[in-house]
Design a protein around this ligand. Structure first.
Ligand SMILES: [Zn+2]
Length: 90
């Protein structure tokens, strides 16, 4: 399938990284598995590198899920507290 160059650029910059897996070679691990996790009475789609990470987040969502502003909820990395993906409410 052909992808428009602009679309591939946008996909690169919106790539999600796993909030739980420790950095490998100084880089966050790409997250491609989507799970739905409940936090503060709402459900969010969150991406992780594997189901073990999704379960770790499910057990302690407050450590990973942050309200960034009125309209934006993000996931932060457990070790660095840096934003690694924007979450979609479901
Ligand atoms: Zn993982």
């Amino acid at each position: 399938m052909r992808t428009h160059p602009y679309k591939s650029i946008m996909e690169y910059y919106t790539i999600a990284h796993c909030p739980h897996m420790p950095k490998i070679d100084g880089k966050y691990v790409v997250a491609e598995i989507t799970s739905v996790i409940e936090y503060n009475g709402a459900k969010y789609e969150i991406k992780t590198c594997c189901t073990a990470c999704a379960n770790a987040i499910r057990n302690n969502p407050g450590k990973y899920i942050k309200q960034k502003d009125n309209n934006t909820v993000v996931a932060v990395h457990k070790d660095t507290n840096e934003e690694v993906q924007t979450l979609k409410k479901v």
